[in-house]
Design a protein. Sequence first.
Lengths: 533, 413
Amino acid sequence: MSAPHTPVSVSPEEARVADKPRLRRFQQASWDEKLIFELGSPGERGVLVPTADPSVGQVEIPAALRRATPPALPEMSQQQVLRHYLRLSQENLGADLNIDVGQGTCTMKYSPKVNDQFVRDPRIAALHPLQDEDTVQGVLGIIHGLEQLLKEISGMDRVSLQPGAGSAAIYTNVAMIRAYFAARGELEQRDEVITTIFSHPSNAACAKTAGFKVITLHPDADGYPDIEALKAAVGPRTAALLITNPEDTGIYNPRIEEFVRIVHEAGGLCSYDQANANGILGITRARDAGFDLCHFNLHKTFSTPHACGGPAAGACGVTEALAPYLPRPTVELDPETGTYRLDDDRPESVGKMRPFYGVVPNLVRAYAWIMSLGAEGLRAAAETAVLNNNYLLHKVRQIPGVSVPYAAGRPRVEQVRYSWEKLHQDTGLHSEDIGLRAADFGTHYWTSHHPYVVPEPMTLEPTESYTRADLDEYAAILAEIAREAYEDPETVRTAPHRSTIHRVRPEALDDPATWAVSWRAYRRKVLGAAARP
Amino acid sequence: MTRVGLVVNPVAGLGGRVGLGGTDGPERARLALSLGSRPLAGVRAAAALAELALRTGELAGAGLARVAPGVRVGGTVDAPPGSPRPLVVTAAGPLGADSAAVAGLPARVVYAAGGGRDASGVETSGVETSAADTAAAVRAVVAEGVDLLLFAGGDGTARDVLAALGDAPCPVLGVPTGVKMHSAVFAVSPRAAGEVAAAWLNRKGAVRLRDAEVMDRDEDALAEGRVTSRLFGWLPVPDLPVRVQQRKTGSTATAPEAVGGIAAEVAERVGDGLLALGPGSTTRAVAAALGADVSLTGVDVLRLRPGAAPDVVARDATEDTLLTLGPAWIALSPIGGQGFLLGRGNQQVSPRVLRASGGRAHLLVVCTEQKLAALGGRPLLLDTGDDALDAELAGHVRVITGRRRTSLYRLAM
């Protein structure tokens, strides 16, 4: 690092080029806001509902449906509610406020606001899922249309949009694999599912939840899934391979077709976790590599928001052989009348994954995003995401203390899992410390899933949404934190300094005796109150 | 007031920079000094104490000023503001007191190197001290009562500490200053040692202890030209992974749950039969989950029966005992951080024993995913002394990592 205080004589042009982006002095708001249950007072109301006119008559709620006691809800005015949530929003980094490239594997791309306008349009927002098919032809058309687009993008024969998230889509695929082997009488024999340590952990978790045994492959010396380990793993008990590609390291498995071939030869199915599809849209397809099933995360690759852990939307694509097991109902187009209908008469279906048709607002957003770009646009988005990633890789690998494990010197697809191991050995600081310091510059940051196979990991995924200036700013923030780590480690170790909450002890979140994810649990575990008020 | 013990082996690490390897024994230390090496153990110990000082007492409290008043997060926080710094209980001069002075921590000296002579009676001076000094200092410090014993040195020092503590080990942590550091008792850096020590002292009860391996180079094997290491025993160290775990979503399986899953899996495979358990904390935890108390260091044989607690058929079994009993299954766990599965610390599980039990098909490798990941991609290792058997066992092995979960991992000769 050059000393920033050294006066040097440079031309204005040189200065403009050499000048690192000015780092923000971000300051998060601190409202010291109470929990909503601690606000308001008994009897306060936001909306006063008038008594019904006598001519309307009395509506009787059946006794069996009435509560014995009123629900323990917060009581306050509408304005208080608005203030409360606006204040909380200011105590966040905010997806629309920060350069959100630090949440690798999550594909935090910009979600165009016009798509939200479509969702809020009464023709979508005012629909009821129990309406007669004849009256919801428009939204059924959107769902059917999105299915056709995703069939084209994946090469698969049929698509279901019912799953409510990526993990739900993986589970749907595993459920279809189970139904497929059950129908062939092979389920008892085929009880093993193979995945890799750098695939998303949901693959292992869903397989296990569905009753399969899970075999995890570790990477070979180059960081690729170990094909020799795969050969040792497959056999007559193999039900399926669930694999991500590119994996969360950003490394594309060049032997993916061979992986598929080996599993097929053993009689297993292959399911492609396409959570990391953002860099390969329009470039490769699951079907072309021989997969039997695949899934997309519409809330990542196709721009719909992550929505704080849900509801998101997942899409499952399958070959004709697996189509009978798709969740029901399916949306079918009658070619003669040009009308859509829901087909619930599917005896081999794995059943329902979500009520009704899935998370319709996200399907509308994804449909609008794909239609606005077109085929060429999707490919351009993928290429820009890869270019952005390798531009950021070029900048970040020059920062002292950073290394890029595996596949030395080769470019990555759409994300990179970096390592701060050297910085840790030099300074004692952890990747988590760097992430907390990044919050002082108004940016988000993430390490990796567990267990940490890459030591002191940092996973960055810039997507196509961010400009070169954005990426320069993010890299400059990391470079500044690395400089601080070596010259002034205390500043990093005690970060964040400009955030509302200083540090949270994760132990409390790991322990069922102390974690509190609801007001009732908070009262009981933290305030020591009785379980019920 | 919390009390932290400190014993520095001042000659540790001297040989490293001058290419001497370890500095076991005064001759090597003198030779290293004559070759121009400068002692660094005291400096590194001071760095660990300085980090500890930053994270305890008033300074640690200052760092938490922004925690909202009255907000409890359920866990414990760093030392409350204004709490006193820990007292360093240590030995005089380069054996520890010098380092405490550099770090600015109050110290109580309870031992001074005796008479300037090492254990063999050779006169010593300056930084020269001996293994006997380390052992005597450790005993004197522990006798005073400490919450944690820090020692600065390498594998040789770790062995001296292990021997000095005997059957009553107190929580320890190694500040890495040696040349050879195969043992799992060391923090990854002096600063990390200070960080872990602070977490242990500030949050006692919230941090568990784990038994960590004390290893050293096998001098007998070295004489035969083989560079290998031997397992000497275990010391309890604070189980605060130096890579502090934080999560993206959900929680990672912490060790007890994972071990319970491993135990259930092992029980299912064995069914009704004899199971030999190799040494180590993982296999011991597996036995505990099955309902049996076995030793940490020995090979024990259990009789498993579905639906009933196992009987311990043999404790600290020798090769002969194993051959006589003929267990159908053998469960082993690799040595943490190093990866040896066979041939280090479990020589009782000999090639004859392995062949008699049915070889690879009846060898159960058990390990948590965290421990596997900590190998950094390095393979599991075996060195049974029987090349043909090693070749037969080598390859990709299914490591049991949890209930209905295995990892395919490379096992290499």
